[in-house]
Structure formats: C-alpha cells, structure tokens
Design a protein around this ligand. Structure first.
Ligand code: ADP
Length: 238
C-alpha cells in the first residue's frame, strides 16, 4: 500500500508550469527524499500535499483518503520548514504541546506526550526554556518534536537542515533518519543535496523541470540512473 500518492498533479502559476503531471507513490512508512535542483518544483509538490497550495489538476492521497480538497489541519500531516517557526513567547514544552492544545487534548495526556517526544529527541532538560535560549540544533529538535507529537500519517520536511552549520548538519542527518525509522509516518524530505538524499532515504525521487525523472532506492539511483540528468545530478556521470 502506498500511503502518499500523487496522481497526475499539475501546478501552474500563470504561464509558468511548475509541475507537469506528477505521478508518485511513496510506500507506507518509508522515507522518500524529493531531490532536484533549485526551482524544479520540490517545494510546490510538498505544499500541495500539505494543502498550502491547490493543484491546478490532479489529486493527492494520504492513506486511502483523497485529501486534495481538505484543509491542511484535516490532512493528518506535520511539516517542518527551514526556519523552525517556533513560537518565541512560549516555552519548549508549550511549543511542543501546541498542536495537541489547539485540538483540545486534556492536560495530562498532553504532558505525557510532550515528555515522550522530548525524551526521543533528548530535549527533556530544556522544556522550561524559551526558543531564544536554545542553540540551532536544539531548536531543530524542538521543531521535530512539535511535528511528531500528534503521530501524523505523513511527515513532511522542506530542507530542514539548510540553516545549520556543516558539522551539525551531519549529526542531524543521522538523528532525523533514526527518528523517522521509529515513526509510523511516511516521510517526504525535500532537498537539493544529493548526499543528504542518498544517505538518508529509503527511496529517492529525482525531479527536473517539474517532472519526475526517476524514483528508486538510493543505490539504484546511483548505479543505474534513468537518464543523463539523474546521472550527472547524483555525481555519477556517464
Ligand atoms: P524548488 O523547491 O525545487 O526549489 P519550487 O517548488 O519552490 O522549487 O518552485 C518552482 C518554481 O515555481 C520556481 O520557478 C518558483 O519561482 C515558482 N513558484 C513557486 N511558488 C510560486 C508562486 N506562489 N507564484 C509564482 N511562482 C511560484
């Protein structure tokens, strides 16, 4: 079963065709990296799944559900952006618990769940701090904790590591990969970084000019690229 499905998704902004008919099926519980150069349509594809943009044509499914017309909050997804967008006036615990609070989860249940995800991300000792009192890596972990606190069906990340320095980026790659292996969510991770995609993902979908070039496990993308673009982009040119 695929738990995330794009069916002939087209997106145009005026005369600009950003997605040209995207068909993409991500198997249940798997980690897919959406890889391609800047401007190829990765973020647009993610935003359509999240409900932040409407497709010009086509459908998106999460699990068995056609979510194309649903509001973002009804889609059972969580999203992490480049800028973590933490609430500066709230503590770490309040930030993490916010998605539960707005859904009316009772205090006890919320507290237990905050403790659970904070432990997974090893930020249990930071719960009373405010975002400005945290390092970049700690903020990133809080954003990840807030995203997974509701056990979403799909976990979407858009270049989440691009604001971190090289050393921290390397550490967080491993952390995010391990985190996603623990979740029951299907993960879609947008990046223009070949190494990130090839080392973190179960499947890599390479895009170019609004079209999917190839979707396959990393080793296959590298060893058997579907075309010259993929070969050159992943650093194994013919
Ligand atoms: P990527 O994530 O691969 O860098 P994007 O999906 O962000 O690519 O953008 C793909 C193309 O769509 C770019 O040319 C971008 O300028 C254009 N685009 C994205 N969003 C909008 C918008 N809201 N209005 C007009 N053009 C847009």
């Amino acid at each position: 079963m695929s738990s995330v499905l794009y069916q002939k998704v087209v997106k145009s902004f005026g005369a600009l065709n950003v997605l040209r008919s995207l068909d993409l099926a991500v198997p249940d519980h798997k980690f897919l990296a959406l890889l391609g150069p800047s401007g190829c349509g990765k973020t647009t594809a993610l935003r359509i799944l999240a409900g932040l943009d409407m497709p010009s044509a086509g459908k998106v499914f999460i699990g068995e559900r056609d979510v194309t017309r649903l509001q973002p909050r009804d889609r059972d997804i969580a999203m992490v952006f480049q800028s973590y967008a933490l609430y500066p006036q709230m503590t770490v615990a309040e930030n993490i618990g916010y998605p539960l609070w707005i859904r009316g989860t009772p205090d006890a249940g919320r507290k237990a769940k905050i403790g659970e995800v904070a432990a997974i991300l090893e930020i249990g000792h930071l719960l009373d701090r405010r975002p400005r009192q945290l390092s970049g890596g700690q903020r990133q972990r809080v954003a990840l904790a807030r995203a997974i606190v509701r056990d979403p069906a799909a976990f979407l990340m858009d270049e989440p590591l691009s604001n971190l320095d090289a050393r921290l980026r390397l550490t967080m790659r491993g952390e995010i990969k391990r985190l996603c292996q623990r979740l029951s969510a299907t993960t879609i991770y947008v990046t223009h970084d070949q190494v990130e995609a090839l080392t973190m993902a179960d499947f890599v979908a390479v895009m170019h000019g609004g079209e999917l070039q190839q979707m396959a496990p990393p080793i296959e993308i590298y060893d058997r690229p579907a075309n010259r673009f993929v070969a050159t982009f992943v650093g194994n040119p013919p």
